[in-house]
Design a protein around this ligand. Sequence first.
Ligand code: ADP
Length: 486
Amino acid sequence: MTQKLKILLAASEVYPYAKTGGLADIAGSLPKALKLLGHDIRVIMPKHKCVAQCPLGIRPMGLDVTIPIGGTFKNGFLYTGNLDGDIPVYFVGNESYFSRDPIYGTRHGDYPDNAERFIFFCRSVLEVCKSIRFQPDIIHCNDWQTALIPTYLKTIYAKDKWFKSTRTVFSIHNLGYQGNFPSSELKTAGLPFSIFTPQGVEFYNHFSFLKSALVHADLLTTVSPTYAKEIQTKAFGFKMDGVLRKRSKDLVGILNGVDYQEWNPASDPSIEKNFTPENVAGKLACKRKLADLFSLKIEDDTPILSMVTRLSSQKGIDLVIDILGDLLSEGMAFVLLGSGDSMYEDYFLKTSKRLPARIGVRIGFDEKLAHQILAGSDILLMPSQYEPCGLTQMYSLKYGTVPVVRSVGGLADSIKEFNLKTSKGTGFKFKKFTPDHLHKAVQKALSVYRKKNQWQKLILNDMNADFGWDRAAKKYCQLFQRVLKK
Ligand code: ADP
């Protein structure tokens, strides 16, 4: 290690305190890997309602910050806890902003005051640094909820001595979520209207939090090398591709890592029987348990296809719906755990009621069941329209559940097509976003499934694939060093 860095990771969700998706997993596990590399890494997030239910526990610090919001002032009360025993986590508490469940909105849409809530959080992050006397070298911001931090540092806090050597790195976990709000929110944020230009934070007449970070952060990262390229194109750029192309030299793709303390069939307390590449027998017990959990009427050799996913069109749910009938008539069973778009929720609930022997559906967010599904199923479907990194396919590898994925973003980077002749590869990929192409990829998987020897080899390739954090954390550190020289 060249230099011990002081790093503050800011995110709206951090596992196990709060989680709606992959961001939480990353924010909860990257710090552990950075700590192992010897850095002073700390984490900051809002004190959402669910934080209090986390078994890790938190305690009040007896400190508060006062934040100007619009024409008035709001207080943030600070709490602290620890990740992995010795990584400090700070929580910004404000009952009216954050004591809510779910975190971002209800089934009917986002909370109307989301701009104000995260303006408050972003500015609090900077005030907390002063309040706890922490002068970070790097503030690592993640997604739009933290995107105003670089903007504050380049404007209102530009001359603040406390941050004179602080640099910001902004990570894009999903370009589809941008935090675009009316321009009047600039006033709420206390930011100068002079930055509301197409070169600045203006985005089609809106104040875009995401764009704000794309313009102001010292360095940009995203969560896979392929996605870093894709988002600079019109097809994947969500209208931000122009801004991203301008910052092409400052945009780096680093494939996320997996926390194998949490996701490991050898030690996973959530699954029916532990198993390892040396002794995979336990996987059958997990499969039987899964069939039991969903009351499926299947044989041991009936292939179970699964999805653990946000129910959003991004995840290619429409393709699955299109071919589900065919898959069942070809002898497969299907299990889904997900929540999101009510149209999809209703569809899957209805269909599973119609065909309960072959389709199991659980609507909701259930961490334990996610582990049980990844351990007990045979094939995981991830036919995403786009996929910045995707973690579920990397988890499924570890559990010997073979991924069938669309070859985009992190899915393209993490899954290698299985080759029958060489027995190399980890899954099955398809390129064109059509039901037919997905169907063909599943059929390919199924044909290997029927050749037991080949399938065993494939499963072992999967379980032995290594996506641990070490490699990725070192890359982040190199980037942090690079940005400090700027
Ligand atoms: P994204 O971040 O786009 O939702 P990822 O694959 O990167 O997708 O990460 C999803 C994470 O959220 C994984 O840890 C997955 O297990 C988890 N997850 C998604 N939906 C659910 C659910 N309904 N219940 C439990 N865990 C879920």
